[in-house]
Design a protein around this ligand. Structure first.
Ligand code: C6P
Length: 426
């Protein structure tokens, strides 16, 4: 089995050498693909990342050697599978600097994790009239679950506006969070459309000073920068394995264990119970109370391998690499001309996703033409329809980078966009 050598997060240095991208790319077999007669240029990692051999091997190894159901068997394979699953929990806790693995709940993805909070916490534990503060840049996964909770529980939803530079209106945030009935603030750590990295530490401080909790949608941050739940001082954190070089099918909700203790179960069934009678049941300890049914053990094993892989390279180096690529990409888009770029110009608060439009060409047409050149970008509303409304567009094209993306690939996007302009005469 191929394994990455692990570097403890605490051992990372401040001034990191640049990544050896050529070496990293060898680990990702799919990057050798061709699209027609062109090499694949994968600029859609914000939708899902590609997977290294180390992760593929971990999944394969689990199925070949230890596959069994967990928390049930007295037999050797059952115990091994349980060990793999629980060790993955410990590994993920370490990855996000969580003090206690019992705060790590394995779910399918970020969407399910946020639904759990909106359902078990907000819908059951907040009172009618309580306010939940969100932002205008939320992904539908951090919006629709709160709408459902608000409808069923009589909660008030309030929204921090997005300013023209792609940042949050912090003055309005302070007004909404301080005083009044705000009980929870739930927001994206990094926007999947604008690339904005939000000041979540400051927002957590504001919320806590006012007796409210903070839930972070970390789908676009945990894969791309060091994230410490202790340092951010959040109460809930949701992310997906598939965006962080891990497999699809596994995601994480981290929550303060004392909150999980107080929250009612999300789904009912096997594994989440202690004792069941015909009329009533009692619940298992946390986090098992929130893990009903057979979990995706192989994907959890793959996620642990993904944590090893990313930590061995260093999340701060990955973040620095992405910022260099984004700087290059934005100046290239500006130079091409006729392209509107959305999101912050301040690289200090910019992650690895860049949204843009080419004159009045529909983003789907942009996506189709650049695909002919081998370049994969995403086009559409990116599950952020209210943000599209705020930007006054129906859709955008979006290029997103990761640890395996090269400067040449950004240049390939530029060449493909020249082709778009040629075809549409803009
Ligand atoms: N964004 C994108 O292309 P799931 O699908 O549950 O793994 O992740 C949902 C999600 C939640 N929050 C944010 C900020 C996200 O970016 C995503 C997924 C993908 O932008 C697919 S829509």
């Amino acid at each position: 089995m191929t394994t990455a050598v692990e570097t403890p997060r605490s051992a990372r240095r401040d001034a990191e050498p640049p990544l050896d991208i050529a070496r990293i790319r060898v680990d990702f077999p799919i990057l050798a693909r061709r699209i027609g007669d062109r090499p694949l240029v994968y600029l859609d990692s914000a939708a899902t990342s590609q997977k290294p051999l180390q992760v593929l091997d971990a999944v394969d190894h689990y199925y070949r050697t230890s596959n069994a159901n967990v928390h049930r068997g007295v037999h050797t394979l059952g115990n091994e599978a349980t060990d793999v699953f629980e060790q993955a929990r410990v590994r993920v806790a370490r990855f996000i600097d969580a003090p206690d693995p019992s705060g790590v709940v394995f779910l399918r993805n970020t969407t399910e994790a946020l639904n759990l909070v909106a359902s078990s916490y907000a819908r059951e534990m907040l009172q009618p009239g309580d306010r939940v503060v969100l932002t205008e840049m939320e992904h539908h996964s951090n919006l629709v679950p709160w709408q459902l909770a608000a409808e069923r529980r009589g909660l008030e939803l309030a929204f921090i506006p997005v300013l023209a530079d792609g940042s949050l209106d912090m003055e309005r945030a302070r007004a909404l969070i301080s005083g009044g009935p705000t009980k929870l603030v739930s927001l994206a750590h990094q926007s999947n459309v604008l690339g904005t990295v939000n000041p979540v530490r400051e927002i957590a401080r504001l919320a806590h000073d006012n007796g409210a909790l903070v839930c972070l949608d970390a789908a676009q941050s945990v894969p791309h920068m060091p994230v410490s739940v202790r340092d951010l001082d959040c109460d809930f954190l949701a992310f997906s394995g598939h965006k962080m070089v891990g497999p699809m099918g596994v995601g994480v909700l981290w929550a303060r264990p004392e909150l999980l203790e107080r929250m009612p179960p999300f789904l009912g069934g096997g594994s989440m119970i202690l004792r069941v009678e015909l009329e009533r049941s009692s619940w298992n300890t946390v986090p098992h109370k929130f893990e009903a049914g057979t979990p995706d053990v192989a994907s959890a094993a793959g996620l642990a391998a993904a944590c090893d892989y990313l930590d061995a390279i260093g999340l701060d180096r990955i973040h620095a690499h992405e910022q260099a690529l984004v700087e290059h990409m934005i100046s290239m888009l500006d130079e091409i001309g006729g392209i509107t770029v959305y999101g912050p110009r301040d690289l200090a608060v910019h992650g690895g996703a860049v949204s843009f439009n080419v004159a009045d060409v529909h983003p789907h047409d942009v996506g189709t033409i650049v695909d002919r050149e081998g370049v994969a970008v995403r086009a559409g509303h990116h599950c952020c329809q209210p943000l599209m409304h705020r930007l006054d567009v129906a859709a955008t094209a979006r290029a997103s980078v990761y640890l395996y993306t090269t400067h040449d690939e950004v240049d390939a996007l530029g060449a493909a966009l020249h082709e778009v302009k040629r075809v549409f005469g803009v």
